[in-house]
Ligand binder design. Structure first.
Ligand code: GRG
Length: 321
């Protein structure tokens, strides 16, 4: 992976975010400051990069990039930012450190933690539903609407929030039968209690993959991809999200707060079933590789130039943060 190229893309995204987030306005107290703090405080910008690169995979030219893609880039990082702010609240993970800095509720108080998350979610949809197209560009309107719908479904009750609900309020029982995950059949002899693994992966699919899917799919939709191509990107986001979340579990067990910029051993503290805790680091790492490969295969299946995304996905297999 070309580290300088990645760095320049992150800077490009950060510049868009800085320009498009609301500026501090005294009349609304500190809400804009807290929103900016929550989003501009670092982060790998993976979802924004995926969205941009997916657009570039399919768009004939970059003429519409600023008008169509910048609001979506800001929106996906606002949605991701809100989910982290709420996930850190005392009612959820009760965390004090995020991206190496105090979490939003620690810096601004609990009420502002809730409000900043709410405001970021609303602002995301304010931006993308407010895209103003000239009459000559009206042909892009159906795709904008489709991308907004994709974002709202994937972030909603049957997507990211649904995953968080299962993760924080439900427990696995033997009666639960999860369909799908056929790809696991190739390794099932190696894993004890495959049903439980499927249940945990279902949570990962919802809480992590769905926002990756939203990023890749909406970028592709805005770039004019066909339904089959959008589906291939959905599969890529699904597989990458699972790989990414399993690696997240591994890092929770093996890394330290200074490297990660967030607290470690949180899963143990919350007695959470994670793939790494249930099956050990070696098997978890094998699953990360399996799902990353699947994600890359899905990108390649489009026949488009997905070189940068493939390298990015590969670089996440043994990521350090
Ligand atoms: C609605 C009250 C309320 C809460 C919702 C939806 C939700 C809370 C939380 C989402 C679940 C969640 C936090 C999933 C984890 C996803 C994940 C691995 C986040 C870390 O992503 P990175 O590593 O973060 O890309 P950076 O900091 O690099 O942006």
């Amino acid at each position: 992976m070309d580290k300088n190229l990645l760095k320049s893309k992150i800077e490009y995204i950060n510049d868009i975010l800085d320009k498009n987030l609301p500026k501090n306005e005294e009349s609304y107290g500190k809400i804009c400051e807290a929103m900016r703090y929550s989003v501009l405080n670092g982060g790998k910008r993976l979802r924004a990069i995926m969205l941009l690169e997916a657009f570039r995979m399919f768009a004939d030219d970059r003429k519409m990039e600023e008008k169509l893609v910048y609001p979506f880039i800001t929106a996906i990082e606002c949605i991701h930012g809100y989910s982290l702010v709420h996930d850190d609240l005392p009612a959820m993970d009760n965390d004090v450190l995020r991206r190496g800095k105090p979490t939003t509720h620690v810096a601004y108080g609990h009420a502002m933690g809730v409000l900043a998350g709410d405001a970021l979610l609303n602002y995301a949809f304010e931006l993308i539903s407010g895209i103003n197209l000239e009459t000559s560009d009206a042909k892009y309107a159906p795709n904008v609407l489709k991308a907004i719908n994709t974002m709202s479904v994937k972030a909603g009750y049957s997507g990211m929030i649904g995953g968080q609900v299962l993760d924080t309020t439900e427990k696995y029982t033997k009666d639960i039968k999860i369909t799908g995950f056929d790809e696991l059949d190739t390794i099932s002899s190696d894993i004890n209690d495959i049903e439980k693994l499927k249940y945990v992966l279902r949570i990962y699919e919802l809480k992590t993959s769905q926002l990756f899917e939203a990023a890749l799919m909406s970028g592709a939709i805005l770039g004019g991809a066909t339904e089959t191509e959008v589906k291939a990107l959905e599969t890529a986001g699904y597989a990458l999200g699972i790989a990414f979340q399993i690696e997240d579990d591994i890092l929770d067990l093996t890394s330290d707060a200074a490297t990660l910029g967030k607290s470690v051993n949180i899963d143990e503290k919350n007695d959470k079933d994670t793939v790494a805790r249930l099956y050990g680091i070696e098997k978890a790492q094998a699953l990360v590789e399996l799902y990353t490969l699947r994600a890359i295969e899905s990108l390649k299946a489009t026949g488009r130039d997905a070189g940068f995304l493939c390298e990015l996905f590969e670089s996440l297999v043994y990521r350090r943060l």
